[in-house]
Design a protein around this ligand. Sequence first.
Ligand code: ZN
Ligand code: ZN
Length: 174
Amino acid sequence: MCQSCHSGLPLSFEVVDEAGIVAAATTAHESKQAWHFHVLAPSCTFSPKPGAYTFLLELTDAKRALCAFYDDKPTAVNKQLLPLLHGADALADKPTGANLSDEDEALLATIERAAKAGTRWHHHMMFPACGLNTSDRKWRLFVEIDGNEPVIRDYANEPSGVLNRVERIYFGLS
Ligand SMILES: [Zn+2]
Ligand SMILES: [Zn+2]
């Protein structure tokens, strides 16, 4: 059944619980199939269920998408799966400023200001194969700050340095 027809999510998806998300992500990771995930905030452009948090798992090799819905930010499963996706040091406190462009530093400053002011914000790291990504096979960082137009940055390679900084702000680690 297509459940995406009434949503902002341009994908068909299956609804599962958290255990279903973790099992599918772990299986894909262990069998070296491409996968990634998104946490969609209640106000997210892509939310299929406005008012709820959506954990979206895209199994891009298997061409499937799974969603689980939450009343509160799904921080535990996010932190559990992030290192599988972006490496064990995804949330590590790395030296700052390493090879980041002025545009990236400006974006990080904007996010830090929003976070300090208590303005709601969230981000999406879109892999080249991501169903939300309309770029031409680039890595896309898509940042939504309440009351502002989304900020979009495209990269030829995985922007690990800037993503690390964004994730650390997101989880209140820096
Ligand atoms: Zn969003
Ligand atoms: Zn995606």
